[in-house]
Design a protein around this ligand. Structure first.
Ligand SMILES: [Zn+2]
Ligand SMILES: [Zn+2]
Length: 317
């Protein structure tokens, strides 16, 4: 069983703190880093002290995914530790290339989002800086690998849906599962719109992939889930059931809105479901609505009509 040392790291985001985890067995391993702000670095430094090690002794950093609340301190950490970074190639690509953002904007145009809001999204993206990657010290993980320690190992699980290269890590000896943002105690993770790397412009079926992953881990024998945000989860089957229920209700709500209001685009539906979203949350709102519409369209419950550059949805039949 691997010894776990959790550290709550502050973020400037509404989500509150993010959890970094140190595995206290050689090679000392850090799961997620926290965001690139001074307070987060200080929290990490102080946070490892009670474990009897210092940050420069970290030998391996594994990232659940590239979102900046989890990855932002990579650059800073690689400046003074010799740690090797382990990450899924899809997440690495998002950190070193601007293509995913360009594709996102193409998607946003098709949702019918007004131009002034699109301009805000672009401005917000410009303020959003990914950390510099630590050169050669990067190992790509696709899922299915084992990370070995003196006292055990972690199995690597590729669980897309919130992020296309999202990884989770499982210590079978202790029943401990590090879920990143894949499973959270109080929040339903957003099925963020992403694109097929082999087919530019084609959306990945993020919500279907996510639900598949939930069913997969529901069958596992996990004792404790250590999430990317919030407290450790002891009854994870209940959290999964709540999440599945949320998505069923959301799909029903969207169908009901279309029945009552007639044909709508993704932006209009997102405004009816989530009122008053601003900043990056606009994109997350669009993502969630689109993810549901993709499943509803697949099940032939809604039909799609293109007008100008925008796609409109209505109840089929
Ligand atoms: Zn995330
Ligand atoms: Zn997060």
């Amino acid at each position: 069983m691997l010894p776990i040392h959790p550290i709550a790291v502050p973020t400037p985001y509404p989500v509150g703190t993010v959890n970094a985890y140190v595995i206290l067995s050689r090679p000392y391993t850090l799961i997620d880093t926290g965001p690139d702000i001074k307070e987060a670095g200080e929290a990490l430094k102080k946070g490892v002290e009670p474990a009897g090690i210092s940050l420069h002794e970290i030998e391996r950093i594994v990232l659940t995914h590239s979102h900046l609340d989890h990855s932002g301190l990579i650059d800073w950490l690689s400046g003074f530790s010799k740690a090797t970074l382990f990450i899924h190639p899809a997440e690495l690509k998002k950190m070193v290339s601007d293509d995913p953002f360009q594709q996102r904007m193409q998607f946003v145009i098709k949702t019918g989002t007004p131009e002034d809001i699109i301009r805000q999204l672009i401005k917000w993206h410009g303020e959003f800086v990914f950390p510099v990657m630590p050169g050669k010290r990067i190992v790509e993980l696709a899922g299915g690998e084992e990370l070995r320690f003196d006292e055990g190992f972690l199995q690597v699980y590729h669980l897309p849906g919130h992020a296309s290269g999202h990884l989770c890590f499982f210590d079978p000896a202790g029943g401990n599962f590090f879920s990143g943002d894949f499973l959270l105690p109080d929040i339903t993770p957003n099925p963020v719109v992403e694109f097929d790397p082999d087919c530019p412009g084609k959306r990945l079926p993020t919500l279907s992939l996510y639900l598949e992953g939930l069913h997969k881990i529901d069958k596992m024998d996990i004792k404790t889930v250590w999430p990317g945000h919030g407290e450790a989860i002891s009854d994870y089957h209940r959290v999964i059931a709540t999440c599945l229920q949320h998505h069923r209700e959301r799909a029903n709500w969207i169908m009901e809105l279309l029945r009552v209001n007639g044909e709508k685009n993704v932006y209009e539906i997102s405004q009816l479901v989530f009122q008053g979203l601003t900043g990056h949350d606009v994109f997350l709102g669009l993502s969630e609505i689109q993810a549901h519409l993709d499943i509803l369209a697949e099940r032939e419950l809604v039909k799609i009509r293109e007008r100008g550059k925008v796609f409109y949805y209505s109840v089929a039949g």
